[in-house]
Design a protein around this ligand. Structure first.
Ligand SMILES: Cc1cc2nc3c(=O)[nH]c(=O)nc-3n(C[C@H](O)[C@H](O)[C@H](O)COP(=O)(O)O)c2cc1C
Length: 161
């Protein structure tokens, strides 16, 4: 979920098109539709918060993917330092400042610089695959983690990647 907040209150939408982009500087990207109301508001505020949902949050994803729904009416959230909502129960979150915007057909590619990283819950992420919600199959805790050189420069690479 990508969120922001302005004088009209909190805003946010379900967004699958998200990826980490750069480690130094720390950049991420997401791709909203040109007509996205939340994107219009993020463009104005210049800030957004990426909330990575946990596997038990499919209802939150449905709510944030439904046009016209009052998405924050019955949802617990706290403001990140910039004021953008951190959703209760999220696996982790990253607050970002908009760094660049590029056209991408009927979407735009929004690049954000990470300004604050939230803690990471010890649980599985929510995934969306073939029009269904799913999650990852746990691997054995005895299997050693992969060691990939470029990831080691990220101080907390086990959080997301
Ligand atoms: C699982 C899921 C993934 C989605 N991914 C995207 C996405 O990557 N980009 C996008 O623009 N909309 C995506 N959507 C659709 C938007 O969440 C939906 O159109 C929403 O109503 C937009 O709200 P807004 O107009 O307030 O921004 C997704 C919806 C769901 C349920």
């Amino acid at each position: 979920m990508i969120t922001t907040a302005d004088s009209d209150g909190p805003a946010g939408f379900a967004c699958q098109a998200f990826a980490p982009l750069s480690l130094d500087p720390p950049l991420v990207l997401f791709c909203p539709q040109n007509g996205s109301d939340t994107w219009r508001r993020i463009h104005a505020t210049g800030i957004f918060c990426v909330n990575i949902l946990a596997s038990d949050q499919r209802d939150v994803s449905r709510l944030f993917g439904t046009r016209g729904a009052d998405r924050f009416a019955a949802l617990d959230w706290t403001p990140a330092p910039s004021g953008a909502p951190v959703l209760a129960g999220a696996l982790t979150w990253a607050e970002c400042a908009v760094e660049a915007v590029h056209p991408g057909g009927d979407h735009v590619v929004v690049i954000g610089r990470v300004t604050t990283l939230g803690p990471c819950r010890d649980t599985a992420p929510l995934l969306f695959h073939r029009s269904r919600y799913t999650t990852v199959t746990p691997t054995s805790p005895y299997e050693p983690p992969e060691v990939v050189d470029t990831l080691l420069s990220w101080p907390r690479h086990t959080d997301w990647i």
